[in-house]
Design a protein around this ligand. Structure first.
Ligand code: DCM
Ligand code: DCM
Ligand code: DCM
Ligand code: ZN
Ligand code: ZN
Length: 266
């Protein structure tokens, strides 16, 4: 996701933190930061020579062939799974990592919980759609960019004409939908692997597989069938429910995960 998507995820997660965990997060991040503000840190630093090794962690080039095959296998997820496991260990207060190490672990986890729900970040076709040129709102761009950024920016205009307020309002709307709206009965399924601590290592595979399933129809179906159509119209309308759902999943998972990891009496 682009910055608006990641900020929405961070803000939804923040809405679900218990007061104890919220205080721990505030201490770890420092007085000027929140899960929303640090959610884009991993994208900002990935081009710094010191951090270029981390750029490959934002996506998985699966052997997808939409609309026929959209699957993630154990080998493809292995690096991201190990990364999430390592940063989970570093963030856990019982393992003796410094507050600076824990701060960095929290920032990476906040970001990767977001990117794993962007379907094109778990799709190998045309470098996750980066090479698939499309038209959106009269402009030439690519499929990856409209999923990361353009379609979320358009969605945000439903919530506020001020871009600064829109992320907050969108996150509040998705939070309400999880608590008492259309996601109420399905949200427990999004986090079931987090509760099952023995299987916590399986979460990245489950989540990437869930995201990748969208590639075969929702993401690529219309695009491949209608190569010259501006995606700002019918296509945008057809995918908005999936964008809402994916951002809500990421935020709810992150909040639930932090409550479990940091809230265990420490
Ligand atoms: N980004 C950037 N420079 C680029 C491409 C992307 O700063 N040339 C930033 C803007 C987006 C974010 O990265 O918010 C998206 O990251 P990714 O393209 O890894 O999803
Ligand atoms: N921290 C960090 N990088 C930053 C800001 C803070 O690693 N840019 C770490 C240092 C502290 C913790 O986060 O251990 C809390 O920060 P603060 O000193 O701002 O409360
Ligand atoms: N990306 C991806 N799959 C790839 C290459 C890149 O999902 N095989 C993502 C990372 C960024 C965006 O596409 O979000 C643009 O990548 P870059 O900024 O590296 O061009
Ligand atoms: Zn991207
Ligand atoms: Zn990223």
């Amino acid at each position: 996701w682009g910055s608006e998507g990641h900020r929405t995820v961070g803000r939804i997660a923040q809405n679900f933190l218990t007061s104890d965990v919220s205080n721990q997060v505030a201490t770890l991040l420092g007085p000027s930061d929140t899960l929303e503000s640090v959610s884009t840190w991993a994208d900002i630093i990935k081009r710094d020579p010191m951090w270029t090794w981390s750029a490959r962690l934002h996506f998985i080039d699966t052997q997808d062939d939409p609309t026929a095959v959209c699957n993630v296998d154990e080998t493809e997820i292995a690096l991201l799974e190990a990364t999430i496991a390592n940063y989970t260990t570093q963030l856990d207060s019982s393992n003796g990592f410094s507050s600076q190490e824990r701060n960095i672990a929290l920032k990476f986890l906040t970001h990767f919980f977001g990117d794993i729900t962007q379907p094109l970040h778990v799709c190998g076709k045309e470098l996750g759609g980066n090479q698939h040129l499309v038209t959106f709102d009269g402009r030439s761009t690519n499929l990856h960019a409209i999923w990361d950024t353009d379609m979320i920016r358009k969605r945000l205009t439903d919530f506020s004409s001020s871009p600064d307020n829109a992320v907050e309002a969108y996150a509040a709307n998705l939070t309400d939908t999880i608590n008492s709206g259309n996601y109420k009965d399905i949200s427990s399924g999004w986090v079931s692997c987090i509760g099952a601590s023995q299987d916590a290592k399986q979460c990245p595979l489950q989540w990437a597989t869930d995201s990748d399933a969208l590639n075969c129809q929702v993401v690529w179906g219309y695009v491949l069938a209608n190569p010259d159509v501006d995606l700002d119209g019918e296509y945008y309308n057809s995918v908005v429910p999936s964008i809402d759902l994916q951002l809500a999943k990421a935020g709810y998972r992150l909040g639930t995960f932090l409550n479990q990891l940091l809230g265990k009496g420490g």
